[in-house]
Design a protein around this ligand. Structure first.
Ligand SMILES: NC(=O)N[C@H]1NC(=O)NC1=O
Ligand SMILES: [Zn+2]
Ligand SMILES: [Zn+2]
Length: 503
């Protein structure tokens, strides 16, 4: 009897420690129920309006374990209808989730400006399923492996949508191939640089020589360089005098004429020759961010594309929604760089977008604290430059684009398919079998007022230029890799977005 006891006790202890081990393992993992507002991982989304690269269909999208596993047209749906849970969205639009390739979430270091939790909640509420965070406005800037690690630490378990990262190309690392390569090896999706002061001290500007070096390093990785294309010029039109009141938007506009963009883009299209097939930087790609000048700058880009340079260009909703004439004295919510120009320029930007000369859209969501917008002073020359828009880019593009006949397919191209390609995300950006189930469901005809009654998830709604406007297009639901992360004002309880690293 004694003997038996001595044999059983160690076995019991072993069994108990096994149980404890599995308990600890599982309790540290997030359960599916925290990541998604749905209790299941295999289901069908049905709608009369599903936007696919082959056109708009009525039917169903089957989602299983985070992927799109089949797309069924309505006429073939009969046999399917009892196979599992169905989320029927009726007439609402089912579109690929938006991919915002240009957002400043300011984390770590300036989380009072935005931060990963609030920024990605705003993204989810706006139908954005992936965003690529810019390397500046956080502190420190993402310009080395060490600073990139801090970025990843800040983002981990704090993101409600998938997030990738651009690294910074700055004078300090441009001629240091091993430093740049270490950053690229660590997984940034490409690099970003400025050709004028960025407004952030630890993110100094680059010149043509830095950019040439950057492109040649990026060629090996087949990743893009994104450039803020403005070069400071001597101002002919601007002098500091009583006539040029800094509370007038026209004063600010004079300080940053289209010639700044043109000068930068002229340099860039000389450098982008290297990206042609057979050129010294073949494999690299140049992407011009937030184009505002629809004149000579755009012509230069068109010419470069025609010559076979690997070049793309984005513009932002604020350049398509607003024009300089409408901006009231002191209303620094509208200050951004390059500036919002006149209405003729806005019309020409729409024409270029619809005609295919502008490739895609991005938010350039660049918030700050309200104090730095200097609302009391209303000084356009001294206030922070940056537009807050993240949650509203879909309804803004739709609302302001309707008079130009914008189609749902165009929205998907500008906001999902082409941005996915720029960021090197082959399994995102379109509703096709095998892709991540990144999906937005929205009602194009639902109108809403952007006021304080509306839940707004980015940190400082009062600084947004869209407050006080009426928009059309309400997001009902957002799915990230099959997880229902947002549904009519409610977010999933846990932040289960993935960090996207280049391989
Ligand atoms: N630092 C920063 O975010 N700058 C951005 N703001 C803006 O309006 N244009 C920019 O490039
Ligand atoms: Zn910029
Ligand atoms: Zn920016």
């Amino acid at each position: 009897m004694d003997n038996l006891q001595w044999r059983i006790l160690p076995l019991l202890a072993l069994f108990a420690s096994f149980l404890f081990f599995f308990y600890v393992q599982n309790s540290s993992k997030l359960s599916h129920g925290d990541c998604s507002l749905l209790p299941y991982k295999h289901y069908w989304i049905t709608s009369k309006s599903i936007v696919t690269p082959q056109g708009i269909i009525s039917g169903a999208v089957e989602v299983k374990e985070g992927n799109i596993v089949s797309i069924v047209k309505e006429e073939d749906w009969q046999g399917y209808s009892k196979r599992g849970p169905i989320l029927d969205y009726g007439e609402a639009v089912v579109m690929p989730g938006l991919i915002d390739v240009h957002a400043h979430l300011d984390d770590p270091g300036r989380t009072e400006w935005e931060g990963f939790p609030s920024g990605t909640k705003a993204a989810a509420a706006g139908g954005i399923t992936t965003l690529i965070d810019m390397p500046l406005n956080s502190f420190p800037s993402t310009v080395s492996v060490e600073t990139f690690r801090l970025k990843l630490e800040a983002a981990e378990k704090n993101i409600y949508v998938d997030v990738g990262f651009w690294g910074g190309l700055v004078p300090e690392n441009a001629f240091n191939a091993s430093s740049l390569e270490a950053l690229l090896n660590a997984g940034v999706l490409g690099l970003k640089s400025f050709m004028c002061p960025s407004g952030i001290n630890d993110f100094p500007m680059t010149n043509a020589r830095h950019i040439k070096e950057g492109l040649s390093t990026l060629a090996k990785y087949r990743r893009p360089l994104l450039v803020h294309a403005e070069i400071q010029q001597d101002s002919e039109n601007y002098t500091e005098d009583a006539e040029n009141d800094p509370r007038h938007y026209s004063t600010y506009l004079k300080t940053r004429p289209p010639s700044w963009e043109e000068a930068a883009i002229r340099d860039l299209v000389t450098l982008s020759k290297d990206t042609r097939i057979g050129g010294p930087a073949e494999g690299a790609h140049l992407h011009i961010v937030h184009l505002s000048d629809s004149g000579s700058s755009l012509q230069l880009i068109k010419l470069a594309k025609r010559s076979g340079d690997s070049v793309t260009v984005e513009t932002c909703p604020h350049y398509l929604a607003f024009s300089a004439e409408e901006i009231k004295d002191g209303d620094t919510r509208f200050k951004c760089a390059p500036p919002i120009r006149d209405s003729a320029n806005k019309e020409a930007l729409w024409k270029a977008l619809l005609g295919g000369d502008i490739d895609m859209l991005s938010s350039d969501h660049s918030p700050t604290v309200p104090e730095l917008k200097l609302f009391n002073e209303g000084n356009f020359l001294r206030a922070w430059g940056g537009i807050s828009s993240l949650q509203f880019v879909l309804p803004v593009t739709w609302s302001y684009g309707r008079k130009y006949g914008v189609s749902l397919e165009q929205l998907a191209l500008w906001w999902s398919e082409r941005p996915a390609k720029l960021a090197g995300q082959d399994s995102k950006g379109a509703i096709v079998v095998g892709n991540d189930a990144d999906i937005v469901i929205w009602e194009p005809s639902t109108v809403f007022d952007l006021n304080n009654d509306l839940p707004i998830y980015f940190k400082h709604p009062s600084i947004s230029a869209y407050m006080g406007t009426k928009l059309s297009g309400k997001v009902l639901a957002t799915f990230v890799r099959g997880n229902l992360v947002y549904k009519e004002g409610k977010h999933a309880s846990a932040a289960c977005g993935s960090l996207i690293l280049a391989k």
